[in-house]
Design a protein around this ligand. Structure first.
Ligand code: XMP
Length: 326
């Protein structure tokens, strides 16, 4: 496509000029945006780029492996993984307020990066260049919704825009800032990224942390991760990935309801399925999933995830509902 080709050429030239001989650090989240942003920067400055993947413990099943193996194999980028699972759990302990969770996750994220930067600094200094740039996969809708666009209200502080602390010591490169998701995917394909990455549904930076309504704990994360994996598996098996923009799976951790299973009464948690169709996440409609697919997801989750005894479907458009529950 000549347009995506142009965007790539323009961005590569611009990034090269901006960065010069300096080193660049990029956080990979496992999602399309950071993967494409990093691939663009890698195309521009090669091994001046180091990617850092933070396992904050709020990832979905199998995501870490996909980044460490599949993405690295296809791009050749240098990757450092930081295991910060305990740190994030500690920082989130006792916190249920959505905005507070987002701010904590954003803050811890940047602190982990700063630590990674210090760890990489000795090596960069040996090459005579410090790490001065931070790549972010910010898209146009993120900019608008975080109040970056003229005349817009701050609806949620997005992890990769509003959640950053003021003393940020990097300069930002945001090569996707003017783009929508479909354009980012087209660029990723043009850059030769594998479909498993490029075709991936959006997943928020704060991860499963904002899909547990209530306090985030290890046990709750395990419950949600298992339910989410089942939903994704069944949606993919039914061939619905193209039709759905994304399907958040949400754990109502502070809610319990009575159920019955086998001979016994249960008192478990509900899981919410939130399948949405959208062009750009600014507005969305709930996806009319086939009943048999919903039935399979519901049966499997309630059978395979012991702590869950009820599966409910969110039938709200955006607006008035946002896509995520927090
Ligand atoms: P909402 O819930 O605002 O979500 O309708 C719109 C889109 O943004 C994603 N989202 C985020 N992405 N950092 C991100 O990178 C975040 O903090 C964040 N919060 C929401 C959400 O999954 C949806 O695609």
């Amino acid at each position: 496509d000549w347009r995506t080709g142009n965007v790539i050429d323009e961005q590569v030239a611009r990034i090269r000029e901006q960065v010069g001989d300096a080193k660049v650090i990029c956080g990979l989240s496992g999602g399309v945006d950071s993967a494409v942003a990093a691939a663009l920067v890698h195309a521009a400055v090669g091994d001046q780029l180091v990617c850092v993947f933070v396992d904050h413990g709020l990832l979905r099943q199998d995501e870490r492996r996909q980044v460490e193996e599949d993405y690295v194999a296809s791009t050749g980028v240098r990757l450092v993984t930081v295991d910060a699972r305990e740190r994030f759990l500690g920082a989130l302990a006792g916190v249920s307020d959505p905005e507070q969770k987002r701010k904590i996750i954003g803050r811890e994220f940047i602190r982990v990066f700063e630590q990674a930067e210090r760890d990489l600094a000795a090596e960069a200094a040996a090459d005579g260049e410090p790490i001065r740039w931070l790549v972010q996969g910010t898209l146009y809708p993120d900019v608008v919704e975080s109040g970056g666009g003229a005349g817009t209200a701050n609806i949620k502080s997005h992890h990769n825009v509003g959640g950053l602390p003021d003393d940020l010591q990097f300069q930002l490169i945001e090569p996707l800032r003017a783009l929508f998701k479909d354009e980012v995917r087209a660029i990723g394909r043009e850059l030769g990224l594998p479909e498993v990455i490029v075709g991936r549904q959006p997943f928020p930076g704060p991860g499963l942390g904002i899909r547990i309504i209530g306090e985030v704990t290890q046990e709750r994360l395990d419950i949600l991760r298992r339910a989410d994996a089942i939903a994704r598996e069944e949606l993919t098996a039914a061939g619905l990935d193209q039709e759905i923009w994304q399907c958040p799976v949400v754990l109502l951790a502070d809610v319990r309801s009575v159920g019955v299973q086998g001979d016994g009464r249960t008192y478990g948690h509900p899981i919410v399925l939130r399948p949405v169709s959208s062009e750009d996440a600014m507005t969305a409609d709930w996806t009319r999933l086939p009943y048999d697919v919903l039935a399979r997801i519901s049966n499997r989750i309630t059978n395979e995830v012991e702590e869950v005894n009820r599966v409910v479907l969110d039938v709200t458009s955006k607006p008035p509902g946002t896509i995520e529950w927090e």
